[in-house]
Design a protein. Structure first.
Length: 469
């Protein structure tokens, strides 16, 4: 009898899972299938994975365990400390259980890629190792410049990506059928007992994540471009946590959008394509992890910016983390993050630019704080967004273009619905004065601005100019 082992990572679903589909292909009474999820507790702690991410993973694993049991696949969750422990466990399990083939989907961070290479080296040729690209639509290395390099600017990457995708797009894999009688549901010690933030409204199962996707493409996809920058309305998809942990695949997202629109993404109107554009940004950031390994090593994409002299004032960092900078749109975003494990994308850019430019704090401080709280915590997107805001990354905002958080708040939250929700202290002020409460003498319990926006903007520009001297 053949024994096939499926190794789950951030792909916690049974529908449209490349490795799972391949492992179950042709499975009959002569094939035994088992599955495993391995933690790397100490490595994850070192990477800054917070309670929210771990709790979300835990709940998704509970859902996956039920689904796999229904399919007749024996599943277990094994607690390991380090990636090296994962390698040893896989090697020992395959040896002791006569495993013929190991199936898994690629991860693109450098440590994970080194681990996977170590697994392959340890197992082959005795155990066949089958690897699949599942996390993104087009694998790294498939979208390259004319001279074979990875793109470092998004717009040409997108043009090439659309061309390659149009030639090689494939639909989702079928949802697998049972391969045996139902198994008992796996039991394990929880990765995390409780989150730091409220999980209200967050789908914790594959089926509910799919319902969230369907609701978005049916009801809000065509309004995405018009409403995506307004934090007071439900204008974004809020699907990034499910993509980050793999409860949804990008293939499912594309298919659902195309079915809702009745056409291919190449024929989408600009309002609907705006969301597809965000999926391509996600692809771009994952490709960069492979093309530029230093991004996985806590390094700036632009090496010259490593010489930047950051201020890193601990009191100012604490005020930013606590939502007490005195700049309403910044504080609303930081309070939303702590309370919900989520922050609107436009507000993410605003708070990131305020930290890195107005406070001149190293982007890695902000990246780590987001990694601690975000349900959708993901190295590729988190690093990409922070380095964009800090002007240290690929395709980054030019250093001399610094968001003014007040004008950003006025433009994107003109009725102050968002900031008043998270800073109720401001409700006593007239709407037109809530973005600048200090100009009205301030509000009891809410601080004056931590810094002067004009002078700190000039300070940041001067600091970046020093790098070219």
């Amino acid at each position: 009898m053949q024994h096939r082992l499926i190794w789950f990572r951030d792909d916690l679903r049974i529908a449209d899972n490349a490795a799972l589909a391949a492992a179950l292909e042709g499975a009959d009474d002569s094939v035994q299938c088992s599955a495993v999820f391995l933690t790397a507790d100490r490595e994850w702690a070192q990477f800054g994975y917070g309670a929210n991410r771990l709790y979300f993973t835990e709940q998704a694993l509970r859902s996956l365990a039920q689904s796999l049991a229904d399919l007749g696949i024996r599943f277990r969750v094994v607690r390991c400390d380090h990636f090296a422990d994962q390698v040893r466990w896989i090697q020992d399990y395959c040896s002791q259980n006569q495993v013929d083939a190991l199936y898994f989907n690629h991860e693109y961070q450098i440590n994970e890629r080194r681990r996977d290479h170590a697994v392959k080296t340890a197992l082959e040729p005795d155990v066949k190792v089958l690897e699949f690209h599942d996390r993104i639509l087009l694998p790294p290395g498939s979208v390259l410049t004319g001279d074979g390099r990875y793109y470092s600017v998004f717009s040409p990457f997108k043009r090439r990506w659309l061309s390659v995708y149009g030639e090689s797009a494939s639909g989702p894999f079928r949802t697998p059928s049972p391969v045996g009688p139902p198994e008992s549901i796996a039991q394990w010690s929880p990765l995390c007992e409780s989150p730091e933030s409220s999980a209200d409204g967050l789908a914790m199962s594959e089926s509910n994540a799919w319902l969230a996707l369907e609701e978005f493409v049916q009801n809000r996809l065509t309004q995405y471009e018009a409403s995506r920058n307004s934090p007071a309305v439900a204008g974004t998809s809020r699907l990034s946590p499910y993509l980050a942990r793999g409860l949804l695949s990008p293939r499912q997202c594309i298919q659902a959008a195309e079915q809702a629109m009745g056409r291919s993404i190449q024929e989408f109107s600009s309002d609907a394509f705006s969301w597809i554009n965000e999926l391509i940004w996600r692809e771009f950031y994952h490709h960069l992890l492979v093309g530029f390994p230093r991004l996985s090593k806590n390094k700036a994409f632009k090496p010259e910016t490593e010489a930047l002299v950051w201020r890193n004032d601990p009191d100012e960092i604490h005020a930013w983390q606590s939502g007490m900078t005195g700049i309403p749109i910044v504080d609303a975003g930081m309070r939303e993050l702590a309370a919900t494990g989520w922050m609107h994308n436009r507000v993410r850019m605003i708070v990131a630019q305020f930290l890195t430019k107005n406070l001149l704090v190293d982007w890695r401080v902000g990246e780590a704080h987001f990694m601690r709280y975000l349900w959708d915590a993901d190295l590729a997107a988190n690093n990409g967004g922070w380095q964009w805001s800090a002007s240290t990354g690929t395709d980054a905002a030019p250093y001399f273009r610094v968001f003014n958080p007040v004008s950003q708040g006025e433009a994107h939250d003109p009725e102050t619905t968002y900031i008043t929700k998270w800073i109720p202290e401001l409700a006593s002020l007239p709407v037109k004065k809530r973005h600048t409460p200090w100009l009205s003498g301030g509000v009891s319990g809410y601080p004056a601005p931590l810094v002067d926006l004009k002078s700190t903007r000039a300070r940041a520009i001067a600091a970046f100019k020093e790098l070219s001297r």
